[in-house]
Design a binder for this molecule. Structure first.
Ligand code: PNS
Length: 158
């Protein structure tokens, strides 16, 4: 069984993330979406809320499991027996950080490799930060995030 991990903060999940989830889930038997639970960061949504939101918008994809994790991603991947870590690349600006992460993770856990999906062009500008910025200023986020989540995100800024 080939297991993949798609890790991230997902604060909140965007249509760009969902696109990578749909495409990468076709390449593995099980895709575990790993939601980073980092108490050092101050996320808009708790890890539990983020897991719940991702479960809601991926409910129609059969081979998906959503879990939060703490600590090192490479360690989480080892425990889950994952062969690959999936990441999305939007632009060249993502590359340096992603290369470093992939190399560190491979150094820590040599059984795990990282594969990259170039994001679909219609989402190449998207990030969770952009979504939060637009929502904070009461802009329309309906073309950035799954429609089921729009009200829930907007409610955080009311
Ligand atoms: O969506 P993001 O915020 O870009 O995701 C970043 C994430 C969660 C993949 C990264 O921060 C991570 O793996 N954190 C766990 C700690 C870790 O393993 N860091 C790399 C080695 S220093």
């Amino acid at each position: 069984m080939r297991i993949g991990i798609y890790p991230g903060s997902f604060d909140p999940i965007t249509l760009g993330h969902l696109d990578v989830i749909k495409r990468s889930s076709r390449l593995v038997d099980l895709l575990i979406i790993g939601v980073l639970n980092n108490s050092g960061k101050h996320p808009l949504f708790t890890a539990e809320e983020r897991v719940e939101m991702i479960k809601e918008v991926t409910r129609n994809i059969e081979n998906i499991q959503v879990e939060s994790f703490r600590g090192l991603l490479a360690e989480f991947a080892r425990i889950k027996k994952a062969a690959v870590i999936v990441r999305g690349l939007r632009a060249i600006t993502d590359f340096e950080y992603e290369l470093q992460m992939a190399q560190i993770n491979h150094k820590i856990e040599s059984e795990v490799d990282t594969i990259f999906f170039t994001t679909s062009v219609e989402y190449s500008y998207l990030s969770s930060s952009v979504v939060k910025e637009v929502a904070f200023h009461k802009g329309d986020i309906s073309s950035f995030v799954p429609i089921e989540l729009v009200e829930r995100i907007e409610a955080k800024y009311e």
